[in-house]
Design a protein around this ligand. Sequence first.
Ligand code: ZN
Length: 175
Amino acid sequence: MIGAKQRFFYCPKCGGKLRYQLQAEQQRLTCQACSYIHYENPIVGVAAIVMNEAGHLLLGRRKGGAYKDLWCIPCGYLEYYEDVYVGIKREFKEETNLDIEIKRVFTVQSNFHDPSCHTVGIWFLAEVCGGRMQAGDDLEELDFFPLQSVPRLAFPTDQTVIDLLAQEVNNGTIE
Ligand SMILES: [Zn+2]
C-alpha cells in the first residue's frame, strides 16, 4: 500500500465489504463475506513516439477532463484481451488517424501522478506508414514540437521520456 488510501469498498464478486487485511505480509483488500482478495495492480498504458524529418515530436492537446488543453504523447490504455502491439496501433489510430509501424520499445516507466490510478506506461518508437493526420478521441489538436521546447504537458512522465529522447538523439542512438 503506497499512501494507503482505500479506493475500493465493495467486493466485485459478491458485493461484500472490502477491508485491508494482512495476507502473506501485505495489506490486501479482502472481502469480509467471501474472502476474495482484490489485488490493486497498475493499469498498462501505451504511447507512441513519432518524430518528423526535422526531429520534432508529435504531441496532442487533450480535449477534456482534468488535463484539458495540456499536451501529451498520444497514448491510451490497453484493453483486457488486447495484445500490447495491437493496442498501441489502435490507440494511436483513434487519437491521430495515423497508422504506425512499431520499431521498438523506447522506455517503460511507472506513473504515480494520479493516486487514484497508478499505471505502467510503455513508450514505443514508431514510424507513420499510412493515414491522414487528424486529432480524435481524447485529443483536440496535433502538432510537432522541438524536444527542447514542448508545450505544457499533462503527465510528468512524458517530460522524463522527452528528456531521455533528447539524450538519445544527442548520443546519436536515434536518428
Ligand atoms: Zn466477496
